[in-house]
Ligand binder design. Structure first.
Ligand code: AMP
Ligand code: ZN
Ligand code: FE
Ligand code: FE
Length: 286
Protein backbone atom coordinates (compact mmCIF):
# COMPACT_ATOMS: atom_id res chain seq x y z
CA UNK A 1 0.00 0.00 0.00
CA UNK A 2 1.38 3.39 -1.01
CA UNK A 3 -0.15 6.19 1.03
CA UNK A 4 0.37 9.94 0.48
CA UNK A 5 -1.44 12.07 3.06
CA UNK A 6 -0.72 15.69 2.05
CA UNK A 7 -1.42 17.21 -1.38
CA UNK A 8 -2.78 20.41 -2.92
CA UNK A 9 -4.96 21.24 -5.93
CA UNK A 10 -5.89 24.46 -7.76
CA UNK A 11 -8.50 25.00 -5.06
CA UNK A 12 -5.55 26.42 -3.09
CA UNK A 13 -2.04 26.74 -4.50
CA UNK A 14 -1.54 23.50 -6.42
CA UNK A 15 -1.62 23.51 -10.21
CA UNK A 16 -3.88 20.48 -10.91
CA UNK A 17 -7.64 20.27 -10.59
CA UNK A 18 -8.79 17.76 -7.95
CA UNK A 19 -9.70 15.40 -10.81
CA UNK A 20 -6.25 15.73 -12.41
CA UNK A 21 -4.62 15.20 -9.02
CA UNK A 22 -6.55 11.98 -8.37
CA UNK A 23 -5.66 10.63 -11.81
CA UNK A 24 -2.01 11.61 -11.34
CA UNK A 25 -2.01 9.81 -7.98
CA UNK A 26 -3.24 6.64 -9.65
CA UNK A 27 -0.57 6.95 -12.34
CA UNK A 28 2.06 7.44 -9.64
CA UNK A 29 1.03 4.08 -8.17
CA UNK A 30 -0.60 5.42 -5.01
CA UNK A 31 -3.38 3.47 -3.27
CA UNK A 32 -4.41 6.17 -0.80
CA UNK A 33 -4.38 9.94 -1.32
CA UNK A 34 -5.36 12.73 1.03
CA UNK A 35 -6.42 16.03 -0.53
CA UNK A 36 -5.38 18.74 1.92
CA UNK A 37 -5.86 22.14 0.32
CA UNK A 38 -5.11 25.18 2.46
CA UNK A 39 -8.03 26.19 4.68
CA UNK A 40 -10.82 24.79 2.53
CA UNK A 41 -12.91 21.71 1.77
CA UNK A 42 -14.10 23.11 -1.55
CA UNK A 43 -12.15 20.57 -3.64
CA UNK A 44 -13.58 17.56 -1.81
CA UNK A 45 -16.66 16.82 -3.94
CA UNK A 46 -14.78 16.82 -7.23
CA UNK A 47 -12.03 14.64 -5.73
CA UNK A 48 -14.60 12.15 -4.39
CA UNK A 49 -16.16 11.75 -7.83
CA UNK A 50 -12.74 11.21 -9.45
CA UNK A 51 -11.67 8.76 -6.72
CA UNK A 52 -14.82 6.66 -7.24
CA UNK A 53 -14.11 6.55 -10.98
CA UNK A 54 -10.48 5.47 -10.57
CA UNK A 55 -10.73 3.21 -7.51
CA UNK A 56 -8.27 5.32 -5.52
CA UNK A 57 -8.87 5.58 -1.78
CA UNK A 58 -9.40 9.22 -0.85
CA UNK A 59 -9.03 10.84 2.56
CA UNK A 60 -10.70 14.23 2.80
CA UNK A 61 -8.54 16.71 4.67
CA UNK A 62 -7.29 20.26 4.78
CA UNK A 63 -4.18 22.16 5.90
CA UNK A 64 -5.10 24.92 8.33
CA UNK A 65 -3.02 28.13 8.58
CA UNK A 66 -2.31 28.66 12.25
CA UNK A 67 -0.30 31.10 14.31
CA UNK A 68 1.95 29.87 17.08
CA UNK A 69 3.92 32.46 19.05
CA UNK A 70 3.88 34.80 16.07
CA UNK A 71 5.02 32.17 13.58
CA UNK A 72 3.15 30.20 10.93
CA UNK A 73 2.42 26.55 11.75
CA UNK A 74 0.41 24.39 9.34
CA UNK A 75 -2.05 21.95 10.88
CA UNK A 76 -3.39 19.04 8.82
CA UNK A 77 -6.95 18.07 9.68
CA UNK A 78 -8.17 14.68 8.46
CA UNK A 79 -11.84 13.78 8.06
CA UNK A 80 -13.32 16.71 10.02
CA UNK A 81 -16.91 17.89 9.57
CA UNK A 82 -16.26 21.12 7.61
CA UNK A 83 -19.70 22.44 8.54
CA UNK A 84 -18.84 22.55 12.25
CA UNK A 85 -19.72 26.20 12.99
CA UNK A 86 -16.56 27.07 14.92
CA UNK A 87 -14.26 25.48 12.36
CA UNK A 88 -16.17 26.91 9.39
CA UNK A 89 -16.00 30.42 10.89
CA UNK A 90 -12.23 30.26 11.36
CA UNK A 91 -11.66 28.88 7.84
CA UNK A 92 -13.79 31.68 6.38
CA UNK A 93 -11.79 34.25 8.34
CA UNK A 94 -8.45 32.91 7.02
CA UNK A 95 -9.66 32.70 3.41
CA UNK A 96 -11.12 36.22 3.62
CA UNK A 97 -7.82 37.52 5.03
CA UNK A 98 -5.82 35.84 2.27
CA UNK A 99 -8.14 36.98 -0.53
CA UNK A 100 -8.34 40.60 0.56
CA UNK A 101 -4.63 41.33 0.92
CA UNK A 102 -3.65 41.07 -2.75
CA UNK A 103 -4.16 44.85 -3.35
CA UNK A 104 -1.77 45.62 -0.47
CA UNK A 105 0.85 43.28 -1.96
CA UNK A 106 0.37 44.93 -5.37
CA UNK A 107 0.84 48.38 -3.76
CA UNK A 108 3.98 47.22 -1.95
CA UNK A 109 5.44 45.88 -5.21
CA UNK A 110 4.52 49.15 -6.95
CA UNK A 111 6.53 51.06 -4.33
CA UNK A 112 9.64 49.15 -5.37
CA UNK A 113 8.96 49.61 -9.06
CA UNK A 114 7.24 46.32 -9.92
CA UNK A 115 3.91 46.69 -11.71
CA UNK A 116 1.43 43.86 -11.20
CA UNK A 117 -2.37 43.84 -11.49
CA UNK A 118 -5.10 41.69 -9.94
CA UNK A 119 -5.68 40.22 -13.43
CA UNK A 120 -2.02 39.17 -13.58
CA UNK A 121 -2.54 37.17 -10.39
CA UNK A 122 -5.65 35.38 -11.67
CA UNK A 123 -6.70 33.26 -8.69
CA UNK A 124 -9.99 33.02 -6.89
CA UNK A 125 -8.26 33.34 -3.53
CA UNK A 126 -4.96 35.05 -4.37
CA UNK A 127 -2.41 33.92 -1.80
CA UNK A 128 1.31 34.61 -1.86
CA UNK A 129 2.00 31.58 -4.11
CA UNK A 130 -0.25 33.08 -6.80
CA UNK A 131 1.53 36.43 -6.55
CA UNK A 132 4.79 34.49 -6.83
CA UNK A 133 3.53 32.73 -9.97
CA UNK A 134 2.57 36.08 -11.49
CA UNK A 135 6.09 37.39 -10.82
CA UNK A 136 7.47 34.28 -12.56
CA UNK A 137 5.18 34.78 -15.57
CA UNK A 138 6.34 38.42 -15.81
CA UNK A 139 9.95 37.22 -15.89
CA UNK A 140 10.82 39.12 -12.69
CA UNK A 141 11.94 35.98 -10.87
CA UNK A 142 12.73 32.46 -12.04
CA UNK A 143 10.68 30.45 -9.51
CA UNK A 144 8.15 30.53 -6.68
CA UNK A 145 10.97 30.01 -4.20
CA UNK A 146 12.88 33.00 -5.55
CA UNK A 147 9.74 35.16 -5.37
CA UNK A 148 9.29 34.23 -1.69
CA UNK A 149 12.96 34.76 -0.87
CA UNK A 150 13.20 38.14 -2.62
CA UNK A 151 9.75 39.64 -2.08
CA UNK A 152 7.14 37.63 -0.20
CA UNK A 153 8.65 36.15 2.97
CA UNK A 154 8.28 38.02 6.28
CA UNK A 155 10.76 40.89 6.29
CA UNK A 156 10.80 41.16 2.47
CA UNK A 157 9.31 44.23 0.72
CA UNK A 158 5.98 42.77 -0.45
CA UNK A 159 5.15 40.76 2.67
CA UNK A 160 1.69 41.56 4.05
CA UNK A 161 0.40 39.86 7.18
CA UNK A 162 -2.95 38.05 7.28
CA UNK A 163 -5.12 36.29 9.84
CA UNK A 164 -4.24 32.78 11.06
CA UNK A 165 -6.01 30.79 13.81
CA UNK A 166 -4.10 30.36 17.08
CA UNK A 167 -2.66 26.82 16.97
CA UNK A 168 -4.20 25.71 20.28
CA UNK A 169 -7.64 26.86 19.08
CA UNK A 170 -7.21 25.05 15.77
CA UNK A 171 -6.33 21.76 17.51
CA UNK A 172 -9.43 22.02 19.72
CA UNK A 173 -11.66 22.91 16.76
CA UNK A 174 -10.46 19.99 14.64
CA UNK A 175 -11.34 17.67 17.53
CA UNK A 176 -14.72 19.33 18.03
CA UNK A 177 -15.39 18.81 14.32
CA UNK A 178 -14.60 15.09 14.70
CA UNK A 179 -11.32 15.24 12.78
CA UNK A 180 -7.72 14.26 13.47
CA UNK A 181 -5.05 16.96 13.90
CA UNK A 182 -1.49 16.37 12.61
CA UNK A 183 1.18 19.09 12.53
CA UNK A 184 2.50 19.46 8.97
CA UNK A 185 6.30 19.67 8.48
CA UNK A 186 6.82 20.66 12.15
CA UNK A 187 10.53 21.38 11.67
CA UNK A 188 10.42 22.68 8.10
CA UNK A 189 11.70 26.15 7.16
CA UNK A 190 13.30 26.97 10.50
CA UNK A 191 10.29 25.99 12.63
CA UNK A 192 12.33 23.66 14.82
CA UNK A 193 12.92 26.36 17.43
CA UNK A 194 9.24 27.15 17.86
CA UNK A 195 8.15 23.51 18.18
CA UNK A 196 10.64 21.74 20.48
CA UNK A 197 9.71 18.33 21.92
CA UNK A 198 8.27 19.89 25.10
CA UNK A 199 5.93 22.03 23.02
CA UNK A 200 4.82 19.05 20.92
CA UNK A 201 4.09 17.27 24.22
CA UNK A 202 1.91 20.17 25.38
CA UNK A 203 0.03 20.13 22.04
CA UNK A 204 -0.49 16.38 22.44
CA UNK A 205 -2.27 17.02 25.74
CA UNK A 206 -4.54 19.47 23.86
CA UNK A 207 -5.54 16.72 21.42
CA UNK A 208 -2.83 16.64 18.76
CA UNK A 209 -2.85 13.14 17.22
CA UNK A 210 0.21 13.13 14.99
CA UNK A 211 3.17 14.82 13.35
CA UNK A 212 4.37 14.70 9.76
CA UNK A 213 7.83 13.15 10.00
CA UNK A 214 8.81 12.27 6.42
CA UNK A 215 8.61 15.55 4.50
CA UNK A 216 11.00 17.15 2.01
CA UNK A 217 11.65 20.07 4.38
CA UNK A 218 13.13 17.65 6.97
CA UNK A 219 16.66 16.29 6.66
CA UNK A 220 17.57 12.77 7.83
CA UNK A 221 18.46 13.94 11.36
CA UNK A 222 15.21 15.86 11.78
CA UNK A 223 13.22 12.85 10.60
CA UNK A 224 14.96 10.53 13.04
CA UNK A 225 14.43 12.89 15.98
CA UNK A 226 10.79 13.54 15.09
CA UNK A 227 10.15 9.80 14.75
CA UNK A 228 11.54 9.32 18.27
CA UNK A 229 9.34 12.11 19.62
CA UNK A 230 6.29 10.54 17.97
CA UNK A 231 7.16 7.18 19.50
CA UNK A 232 7.61 8.69 22.99
CA UNK A 233 4.34 10.63 22.84
CA UNK A 234 2.34 7.87 21.12
CA UNK A 235 1.71 10.20 18.16
CA UNK A 236 0.96 8.98 14.65
CA UNK A 237 4.03 9.57 12.43
CA UNK A 238 3.04 10.36 8.86
CA UNK A 239 4.99 10.82 5.63
CA UNK A 240 3.82 12.67 2.55
CA UNK A 241 4.77 14.60 -0.54
CA UNK A 242 3.06 17.97 0.07
CA UNK A 243 2.60 17.86 -3.69
CA UNK A 244 1.65 21.17 -5.37
CA UNK A 245 1.71 20.03 -9.03
CA UNK A 246 4.17 22.31 -10.82
CA UNK A 247 4.04 24.74 -7.88
CA UNK A 248 6.80 23.07 -5.88
CA UNK A 249 9.78 21.21 -7.26
CA UNK A 250 10.97 17.99 -5.61
CA UNK A 251 7.52 17.31 -4.10
CA UNK A 252 6.29 14.69 -6.59
CA UNK A 253 3.39 12.46 -5.57
CA UNK A 254 4.59 9.63 -3.33
CA UNK A 255 8.07 11.10 -2.77
CA UNK A 256 7.41 10.32 0.91
CA UNK A 257 4.70 7.94 2.08
CA UNK A 258 2.98 6.88 5.30
CA UNK A 259 3.50 3.29 6.54
CA UNK A 260 0.27 1.32 6.54
CA UNK A 261 0.37 0.72 10.32
CA UNK A 262 0.57 4.48 10.93
CA UNK A 263 -2.31 5.05 8.50
CA UNK A 264 -4.40 2.50 10.38
CA UNK A 265 -3.68 4.29 13.66
CA UNK A 266 -4.77 7.55 12.03
CA UNK A 267 -8.05 5.96 10.94
CA UNK A 268 -8.60 4.59 14.48
CA UNK A 269 -8.08 8.08 15.88
CA UNK A 270 -10.50 9.47 13.28
CA UNK A 271 -13.20 6.97 14.26
CA UNK A 272 -12.73 7.81 17.96
CA UNK A 273 -12.77 11.57 17.27
CA UNK A 274 -15.93 11.27 15.19
CA UNK A 275 -17.71 9.32 17.95
CA UNK A 276 -16.61 11.73 20.69
CA UNK A 277 -17.65 14.80 18.69
CA UNK A 278 -21.13 13.63 17.79
CA UNK A 279 -20.64 15.20 14.34
CA UNK A 280 -21.32 13.57 10.99
CA UNK A 281 -17.84 13.28 9.53
CA UNK A 282 -16.69 12.25 6.05
CA UNK A 283 -15.55 8.65 5.59
CA UNK A 284 -12.62 7.43 3.52
CA UNK A 285 -13.79 6.94 -0.08
CA UNK A 286 -13.10 3.56 -1.66
P1 AMP B 1 -0.35 32.78 2.18
O1 AMP B 1 -1.28 31.86 2.90
O2 AMP B 1 -0.99 33.54 1.10
O3 AMP B 1 0.43 33.64 3.15
O4 AMP B 1 0.73 31.84 1.46
C1 AMP B 1 1.39 30.88 2.24
C2 AMP B 1 1.64 29.64 1.41
O5 AMP B 1 2.71 29.88 0.54
C3 AMP B 1 2.10 28.48 2.26
O6 AMP B 1 1.02 27.73 2.71
C4 AMP B 1 2.99 27.67 1.35
O7 AMP B 1 2.25 26.68 0.64
C5 AMP B 1 3.48 28.70 0.37
N1 AMP B 1 4.89 29.04 0.61
C6 AMP B 1 5.42 29.61 1.70
N2 AMP B 1 6.76 29.80 1.55
C7 AMP B 1 7.07 29.34 0.31
C8 AMP B 1 8.29 29.25 -0.46
N3 AMP B 1 9.47 29.69 0.02
N4 AMP B 1 8.21 28.70 -1.68
C9 AMP B 1 7.04 28.27 -2.17
N5 AMP B 1 5.87 28.32 -1.51
C10 AMP B 1 5.87 28.85 -0.28
ZN1 ZN C 1 0.65 25.34 -0.34
FE1 FE D 1 2.38 23.56 4.60
FE1 FE E 1 0.97 21.79 2.18
Amino acid sequence: MRIDLHTHSVVSDGTQTPTELVHAAREAGLDVLALTDHDTASGWDEAVTAARETGLQLVRGMEISTNHQGRAVHLLAYLPDPTHPGLAAELARIVEGRGSRAPAMIAALHRIGIELTLEDIAAEVPGRPHVADALVRKGIVASRDEAFADYLNPGRPAYVDRYAVPLDTAIRLVGAAGGVAVVAHPWGRGRRGSLPAAEIERLTRLGLAGIEVDHQDHDADAREELRAIARDLDLVATGSSDHHGLGKVDHGLGVNTTPVEQYERLLDRAAAAARASGRVTPQVVG
